[in-house]
Design a protein around this ligand. Structure first.
Ligand SMILES: NC(=O)c1ccc[n+]([C@@H]2O[C@H](COP(=O)([O-])OP(=O)(O)OC[C@H]3O[C@@H](n4cnc5c(N)ncnc54)[C@H](O)[C@@H]3O)[C@@H](O)[C@H]2O)c1
Ligand SMILES: O=C(O)C(=O)C[C@@H](O)[C@H](O)[C@H](O)COP(=O)(O)O
Ligand SMILES: [Zn+2]
Length: 375
């Protein structure tokens, strides 16, 4: 499909190739999208829509109307909204509702919302009666370009982000671009951070396209958004299809996240949006790449800073501890899932467009943090 096709009717399909766990990502809007989506709904004895208090009044009835002809029963679970609720207590609300309504192991879960709902619903699907099918219906830009794809599901632990979870793939991802119209600006920016991430780790032509089109994206131009969602999903699909469970290549999707997750946990979950923390984390990871000699000069850093600022994203990481800031960051980052034998491993650029992961001495990272984060 080209950008010239009618955005109101065309539906893009991207396939995640994982053998028997393969599934399509459908990108479009309204009736044409859902006419295709229904053909991929998993069969089941019931459907349970999991959503939150913000998204339910906006889109739950629309989704229920799509599901009702296909399932004997459609249930609705409405969770509290926010990253602070991505925990065991909230996860249990899903199990309580499913057991209470008699959902059996042929039940199908539908995650309707952003990444928090998607990650928790996916984890619930992985666990309920040892595994039931689930479908992602992402309604934030971040969820459409990243979290709904690839099967990482999790809840947070006070000591670390996404620490309890499973790799568990959805059966289908349905990205309805029309839902983005109600997204508040800070959430749109948060999604743009993960879109921008795909440039330096994989595709600098896409980064250049983003530099040219950032104003259109911020203005929610339909064709620009569709291209950004499609290209992001293509890149994520290629990476996940090559390395489903992050034994190597998939780590590049964590660019900026070693620092970013420390910011989220250190500031308290919900104080910094995930995408905002990733933006500040990408700046630090780029500075680290430069400090290690992988970037010849600061030209890419300056381009990244300019693009993030135009996307209304933070470029300055916060102080987590006034007295011992670097030590606090290092302690939080040591819990990162990429850490091996106590050594923190960072995703670095070498050059922009290509990334690798490497153990870096604490002293080098502490120097960077002390220089980059004003006390
Ligand atoms: N599994 C993965 O691969 C992966 C990838 C990236 C991020 N994540 C996780 O995703 C989470 C962040 O996701 P997020 O940025 O979508 O945050 P979110 O899920 O908290 O959603 C952001 C806010 O937007 C609201 N919202 C959702 N859709 C809306 C709409 N259409 N209109 C108006 N409001 C709407 C939500 O209720 C919430 O208040 C983090 O927990 C992060 O760790 C996971
Ligand atoms: O899909 C992946 O792989 C990613 O790393 C995508 C990230 O944007 C996402 O935030 C993910 O949840 C982080 O994974 P984690 O394993 O570091 O918790
Ligand atoms: Zn992320």
């Amino acid at each position: 499909m080209s950008l010239l096709d009618d955005p109101a009717t065309c539906v893009d399909t991207i396939d995640i190739a994982l053998g028997e766990r393969s599934y399509p990502i459908l990108i479009g809007q309204g009736a044409p999208l859902w006419q295709q989506a229904v053909q991929h709904f998993p069969a089941g004895t019931s459907a349970t829509i999991v959503t939150n208090t913000t998204v339910a009044p906006l889109y739950a009835e629309q989704l229920r109307a799509q599901l009702a002809p296909h399932y004997p029963r459609v249930d609705l679970v409405v969770l509290p909204d926010g990253e602070a609720h991505k925990n065991w207590q909230t996860l249990n609300l899903i199990f309580d509702a499913m057991l209470g309504s008699g959902a059996d192991r042929k039940a199908v879960l539908y995650a309707l919302g952003g990444g928090v709902i998607g990650d928790m619903t996916g984890f619930a699907a992985a666990c309920y009666m040892r595994g039931v099918p689930f479908v992602q219906v992402p309604t934030t830009l971040l969820a459409q370009v990243d979290s709904s794809v690839g099967g990482k599901t999790a809840i947070n632990h006070p000591l670390g982000k996404n620490m309890i979870g499973a790799f568990y793939q959805p059966r289908l991802v349905v990205c309805d671009l029309a839902t983005l119209k109600t997204l508040p600006q800070p959430e749109l920016s948060a999604g743009l951070a993960e879109v921008i991430k795909y440039g330096p780790i994989y595709d600098m032509d896409f980064f250049a396209w983003l530099e040219q089109n950032i104003a259109a994206l911020k203005a929610q131009d339909g064709a620009a958004l569709r291209h950004a969602v499609r290209r992001s999903c293509e890149i994520k699909a290629a990476v996940v299809s090559a390395d489903e469970t992050e034994s190597g290549l998939r780590e590049i999707l964590n660019f900026g996240h070693t620092f970013g997750h420390a910011i989220e946990a250190g500031m308290g979950y919900g104080a910094w949006l995930h995408g905002h923390a990733v933006a500040a984390g990408m700046v630090l990871a780029t500075q680290l790449s430069q400090k290690l000699g992988y970037l010849p000069d600061d030209r890419f850093l300056q381009r990244l800073l300019a693009l993030l600022e135009k996307a209304q994203l933070p470029v300055q990481a916060p102080v987590l501890d006034a007295a011992r800031n670097a030590e606090r960051y290092l302690a939080l980052m040591r819990v990162d899932k990429k850490t091996q034998g106590g050594a923190i491993r960072f995703v670095l650029l070498n050059p922009p467009g290509k990334a690798h992961t490497e153990k870096i001495d604490d002293a080098i990272v502490a120097d960077l943090l002390n220089a980059s984060i004003a006390a």
